[in-house]
Design a protein around this ligand. Structure first.
Ligand SMILES: NC(=O)c1ccc[n+]([C@@H]2O[C@H](COP(=O)([O-])OP(=O)(O)OC[C@H]3O[C@@H](n4cnc5c(N)ncnc54)[C@H](O)[C@@H]3O)[C@@H](O)[C@H]2O)c1
Length: 251
């Protein structure tokens, strides 16, 4: 407890799933958390839950695929605090399709959120991170950026790019006191994966491919994000941490 006392953190896509679990954990560790999501109602609900547990959080409605939303989101933080100690680039989505049948619209939709949104937040959040003097930017990539799976090729492409972006930014931002790392979750039950995991054959196949023979939980991913957000990872930048129950370790 208390590992983020005095820190100001912003998490995109924090109204549900992994972002929500991360927001709750950050608040429990003492941070003031900006809970950002395109779905403002879900962000408000997370803020209300945090408040009932005595934490401090602020809801921000922002679509990371829209440049003006991201700038407005950072203006809000700038006015209130003038700095950000932690940004978690978490917002993401998936549209499953066989690659050869993927429409231009589907590709653009995935890319605009999973890659363009991450790029925009990392670029436009720079001044606030620099103002911290000791900041951490965490990109939520995926082990799918390193593996292939049917109907996930477009998603994998964006996530592999996020991992590459993390390395470049680690080098570019280090002189400004900003560490940049990536968390690569394995399969976790959230709204994003719910539909496909309802298929028992797919669920069994995924569990069998995972050394620990189970999926992960949002809280287990949030703890890895906390590691990179806190001073426990003070000498880590450009690192990628797979949190996947050994899925990428398995042949
Ligand atoms: N669940 C998994 O198994 C898994 C595995 C690897 C990586 N990830 C990654 O973790 C991140 C979170 O995924 P999740 O499983 O919690 O998904 P989720 O669908 O449960 O939550 C995603 C949140 O992002 C928000 N969002 C979507 N588009 C947005 C946009 N344009 N701007 C702002 N917010 C937006 C949604 O409203 C939602 O609240 C994503 O980047 C995802 O790719 C998830």
């Amino acid at each position: 407890m208390g590992r983020l006392i005095g820190k100001i953190a912003l998490i995109t896509g924090a109204g549900n799933g992994l972002g929500k679990a991360t927001a709750q954990l950050f608040a429990a560790e003492g941070a003031i958390v900006y809970v950002s999501d395109v779905d403002g109602a879900s962000a408000e609900a997370v803020v209300a839950e945090i408040a009932t547990r005595g934490g401090q959080a602020v809801a921000v409605t922002a679509d990371v695929s829209r440049g003006q939303d991201v700038l407005a989101m950072f203006r809000t933080v700038s006015t209130q605090h003038g700095r950000l100690d932690v940004i978690v680039n978490n917002a993401g989505l998936n549209v499953r399709s066989d690659f050869r049948h993927m429409t231009d619209a589907d590709w653009v939709k995935i890319r605009e959120v999973n890659l363009d949104g991450v790029v925009r937040v990392a670029r436009d959040g720079f001044d606030l991170l620099k103002a911290s003097g000791r900041a951490s930017l965490i990109n939520i990539a995926s082990i799918m950026g390193k593996r292939g799976m049917r109907q996930l090729t477009a998603y994998s492409t964006t996530k592999g790019a996020v991992t590459a972006l993390t390395k470049g930014l680690a080098v570019e931002y280090a002189p400004f006191g900003i560490r940049v790392n990536a968390v690569l979750p394995g399969f976790v039950q959230t709204a994003m994966t719910a539909r496909v995991l309802r298929n028992p054959a797919i669920m069994d196949a995924l569990v069998n491919e995972t050394a620990m023979r189970r999926l992960g939980t949002p809280d287990e991913i949030a703890k890895a994000v906390l590691f990179f957000a806190s001073d426990d990872s003070a000498y880590c930048t450009g690192s990628e941490l797979a949190v996947d129950g050994g899925m990428t370790a398995s042949l």
